[in-house]
Design a protein around this ligand. Structure first.
Ligand SMILES: Cc1cc2nc3c(=O)[nH]c(=O)nc-3n(C[C@H](O)[C@H](O)[C@H](O)COP(=O)(O)OP(=O)(O)OC[C@H]3O[C@@H](n4cnc5c(N)ncnc54)[C@H](O)[C@@H]3O)c2cc1C
Length: 429
């Protein structure tokens, strides 16, 4: 039986593996295997909510092993470290426990077709001190560590053992940075209702952005302005056209010699693909992304496909697909269709991806949501408030329905809704 291995069970990978499991794995037409470093999936655009405790990982995480058993695919936990293309095998690093015990030795898995969708990691652009002093939001574990640090600081302020303002700096005013800032304000307000003795203006939060606007990826300047205005209303200091040159224990040093003091620094200034991709013998660009055609097939190997944040896929106008949830999902699903064809006929004509920007949304906790829909049509339609929140939330709903099917998916979403109503707004442990 032909073997398809998908490495990376993220926003795109989970939708692909579910599709392949249903159409091929369950019907015995191919053996489908998912490989991921983690043992569970949490939709990455929600990581900032996990970092502030708004999201409960217990009810939102999807266990790969169990999901695979239900959906017709196998699961192997491990990190991709190499590809033996001659023998069509991938190599997984030895697996260690958190306390350093060896659990599994290095392993090799056979494939006939390999799909790589291992996402992106934060790009520190070589700026000194980022790794040592800033938090990033690439993995569930990092979000959980950040949550603990944020909660510790709030507790120190509430107990009076830490004086003055709680100084936070977020580098990068894209969706991650802006949403994180709003979530931190929401967290401060909610903790006060839980009896934490926190000054109303405790949070001294600065967002630093190298370009001249917040949310530079939003197509309309009035949308960017409304995000900017809302941040100012919340008391966030917005510092655009500001380059960070060093991160230290004291805070951020900028190109013009300013020191922005911070007790807690979140780095959300941009992404690059994981370094391992540059060591696989496949063609990559400067951001370590695998170079591929618009069919999802890598330029280096016709049996290897790629999608999402780790892929460099050209569009008709010569630009490349942006690293976003919707492109990861759409390309991954198209690769699913292409692989099904290739199993029947190795010379089959493959679908080519044409990007249609369905919109961009930014959710400022419960304060506001703004976005732009149908950007391909006369610059798009501006949406704010409740309708924007509905569309924003529907992206996650669609992801859950794709993973679990309409019936079970709707039930899970109902449980999430009830859980949000019944459980405390913040998870504190
Ligand atoms: C806080 C935040 C908010 C965001 N908000 C939005 C938004 O509003 N809209 C939007 O479109 N996008 C948003 N994004 C970006 C979006 O999350 C990504 O574009 C999307 O998740 C990319 O999907 P992917 O499948 O390529 O990778 P990911 O979803 O990142 O999944 C990658 C998977 O690969 C696994 N992996 C990594 N390395 C290895 C390895 N070596 N071996 C095996 N497995 C590995 C990881 O564990 C993970 O499961 C946001 C991102 C963040 C962090």
């Amino acid at each position: 039986m032909k073997k398809i291995v998908v490495v990376g069970g993220g926003a795109g990978g989970m939708e692909l593996i579910t599709k392949l499991g249903k159409t091929l794995g369950k019907k015995g037409k191919a053996e489908i295997t998912l490989v991921d470093i983690a043992n569970h999936h949490i939709w990455k655009p929600l990581l900032h909510e996990l970092a502030t405790g708004s999201l409960d990982e217990g009810t939102n995480a999807v266990d790969y092993q169990v999901h695979g058993a239900n959906k017709g695919y196998l699961y192997q936990r491990g990190a991709l470290t190499g590809i033996d293309r001659e023998n069509r095998q991938i190599i997984l690093a030895p697996l260690y426990s958190a306390d350093g015990r060896l659990i599994l030795d290095e392993r090799r898995l056979d494939y006939d077709y390999l799909v790589i969708g291992i996402g992106a990691i934060s790009n520190d652009f070589g700026i000194p001190g980022v790794k040592e002093h800033a938090f990033t939001l690439d993995l569930t574990e990092q979000a959980m560590i950040l949550r603990e640090r944020i909660q510790d600081q709030f507790m120190q302020h509430a107990s009076g053992q830490r004086q003055g303002k709680m100084k936070v700096a977020i580098v990068g005013a894209g969706a991650t940075g802006v949403e994180m800032a709003a979530e931190l304000h929401h967290m401060t307000q909610t903790l006060r209702t839980y009896g934490y003795k926190l000054e109303q203006d405790l949070l001294d939060l600065t967002i630093v952005e190298a370009s001249d606007s917040v949310m530079p990826a939003l197509p309309k300047s009035d949308l960017r302005q409304s995000v900017h205005d809302k941040l100012l209303e919340l008391g966030v200091k917005v510092s655009t056209s500001t380059m960070v040159t060093e991160v230290t224990k004291q805070g951020l040093t900028t190109k013009d010699g300013q020191l922005i003091e911070a007790d807690l620094i979140v780095w959300a200034a941009g992404v690059k693909a994981p370094e391992v991709l540059a060591t696989l013998g496949l063609e990559v660009n400067r951001a370590n992304q695998l170079m591929a055609a618009d069919t999802g097939r890598t330029l280096s190997d016709e049996r290897i496909f790629t999608f999402g944040d780790c892929a460099s896929i050209p569009q008709e106008d010569g630009s490349f697909l942006p690293p976003r949830g919707q492109t990861a999902r759409q390309v991954a699903l198209m690769i699913g269709t292409n692989l099904t064809r290739l199993l029947k006929d190795p010379n089959a004509k493959l679908d080519r991806y044409v990007y249609k920007d369905l919109g961009s949304f930014v959710n400022l906790a419960h304060f506001n949501t703004v976005g732009n829909m149908f950007s391909f049509f006369h610059g798009g339609l501006q949406v704010v408030g409740c309708p924007a929140r509905f569309v924003y939330a529907s992206l996650y709903r669609r992801h859950i329905i794709s993973l679990h099917g309409p019936l079970k998916g709707s039930m899970i979403l109902m449980i999430h809704g009830l859980n949000r109503l019944l459980r405390p707004q913040l998870k504190l442990w």
